[in-house]
Design a protein around this ligand. Structure first.
Ligand code: ZN
Length: 504
């Protein structure tokens, strides 16, 4: 008899400091797919669903495809959004009758108007339907604010081990293999989670340079190879969430009898994080002026300077329409620039009315929060108009369609601005290539991204400068007003022992 396994995705990284609520329309703009239509959509892709599709084939599962939902990071999900998608998945589980396993793709930092720990609530609801003995595993983003409730109801939390996240497929395959082994009775995983009294840790999980995260992952790999230990996941946490559970955590899935060892593993990784806590992420950011200076200097090397506007990164809930970097480039007279992107649907509509080749007066960007920079007023030539859809062909989410919504390429002096109607993070070269711009041939490329862009852009860049433009995703946590966070917590309070008050 083929095993019956429910497979679903429900992802969101919620920046509770954003003023933009996340709605069902926000999901529809990325994807909100009911039932088995998720299979043709993601077959052959390299995200988690692509991994589950291949695993289901490999193991001959009778899969119950419950649906897939993903939206660009922004503020809290409205109650309607959360309940609609939750009920789609839990309803499918109820309708399915007897299930042998559950495989999920979640983020781990989703917050709704009614739930601070949305993934914990979803896992609890599913556990209530399938019963205590059905193995349930989920992939998580390594920026999950993971909770003890998630670990109690899932048998495994399998987090990405890369940032940029290029291993979603592999983590799904790993989660599926564990569920298969558990259904066959070869494994009996239980998950425990330890969260220290820390708000930040492990340099936000960056894996593109030697550092703490790579050291932790190397240890985690070794621990995972021990008998009795099934999964060792390190979550760096997502700082921009005012909930009790914000911050790094360690999740260990273990076999019966290995609980003490699993706890010791979690403690050791947390000790490492604690001892190297000063290795923060803020040091990676530089002022905009450094980016402009690098653009002026050039290096004689081939390829563009990539300026990453990391604090307006829509991948962390940034508005993607702040203007300080654009304004600085214009003021400095920098030419040969490709700018991706500015979110400004109104200006896109203006360009569409005017048509390709027209010259228009724009008031570009700066619409969501004028305190983060006024709109740029300038003459612009409409270079290209499109529906803004392309397929990623870089290392991250390869094969997955991205939808920027109606899109206009506007030329302001020597700057081509990809102006979009649907916030997306610039992680793929196709943001430009699909718009008739070759980023490799440019002098300067600006991306609204903090780290994911590196997977595709580092190979073409002559230099990369990450700048702090004062956006919502600032690394300066003193700007964030926490009211719900567990306390005391490092670095906001005097903490001597990260295990004191730890959640486990
Ligand atoms: Zn992430």
């Amino acid at each position: 008899m083929a095993y019956r396994v429910l497979i679903a995705q429900f992802m969101h990284e919620t920046n509770t400091f954003s003023k933009l609520a996340t709605t069902l329309d926000d999901y529809r703009r990325r994807w909100l797919i009911d039932g088995e239509a998720m299979v043709p959509r993601f077959s052959g892709t390299k995200n988690e669903i692509g991994g589950y599709i291949d695993a289901a084939k490999q193991y001959g599962w009778q899969a119950v495809w419950a649906g897939a939902a993903n939206a660009t990071p922004s503020g809290k999900l409205t109650r309607e959004t959360w309940e609609t998608i939750r009920d789609m998945i839990v309803g499918a589980a109820r309708k399915a009758g007897k299930l042998d396993g559950v495989c999920l793709s979640l983020h781990g930092a989703m917050v709704t108007e009614t739930e601070d720990d949305a993934e914990g609530a979803l896992l609890e609801a599913l556990r209530g339907v399938v019963g205590p003995d059905v193995p349930m595993a989920t992939t998580l983003d390594l920026h999950a604010n993971a909770t003890v409730r998630m670990a109690r109801h899932a048998n495994a939390l399998v987090s990405y081990r890369t940032y940029p996240h290029i291993d979603g497929y592999e983590r799904a395959v790993q989660a599926a293999a564990l569920v298969q082994a558990a259904m066959e009775g070869k494994k009996k995983p239980r998950c425990l989670l330890v969260q220290p009294a820390m708000l930040e840790g492990a340099e936000h999980g960056r894996t593109t340079q030697p550092g703490l995260m790579l050291d932790l992952l190397a240890k985690a790999d070794k621990f995972e190879a021990e008998p009795g230990i099934d999964v060792v996941s390190i979550q760096a946490g997502f700082t921009w969430a005012d909930i009790p559970y914000t911050g790094p955590s360690i999740a260990v899935s273990h076999e019966p009898g290995a609980e003490a060892r699993a706890k010791a593993i979690a403690q050791e990784l947390i000790d490492d994080m604690w001892h190297r806590r000063e290795e923060g992420a803020a040091k990676f950011y530089r002022p905009i002026a450094d980016g402009i200076a690098a653009a002026r200097a050039g290096t004689g090397k081939k390829g563009p300077l990539v300026i990453a506007d990391g604090t307006d990164n829509p991948g962390g809930g940034g508005y993607s329409d702040t203007t300080p970097v654009l304004k600085a480039l214009i003021d400095a007279g920098i030419e040969g620039v490709a700018f991706g992107t500015i979110y400004d649907p109104r200006t896109v509509q203006q360009a569409m009315k005017a048509g390709v080749g027209a010259e228009i007066e724009v008031s570009l960007g700066g619409q969501t929060d004028p305190e983060m920079g006024a709109p740029v007023k300038a003459k612009a030539i409409v270079k290209m108009l499109s529906d803004g859809r392309f397929k990623n062909d870089g290392p991250m989410n390869a094969g997955v369609e991205t939808n920027m919504g109606p899109t206009a390429v506007l030329r302001l002096g020597g700057i081509d601005v990809v102006t979009i109607s649907n916030r997306i993070q610039t992680i793929d070269l196709q943001v430009f290539l699909s718009q008739g711009i070759d980023p490799a041939a440019k002098n300067v490329v600006v991306v609204k991204s903090v780290q994911h862009f590196r997977a595709a852009y580092a190979p073409i860049a002559r230099e990369i400068v990450l700048v702090d433009s004062g956006g919502i995703c600032s690394p300066d946590i003193s700007r964030l007003k926490f009211t719900k966070l567990r306390r005391p917590i490092w670095p906001l309070d005097g903490v001597n022992d990260p295990h004191a008050g730890a959640r486990a």
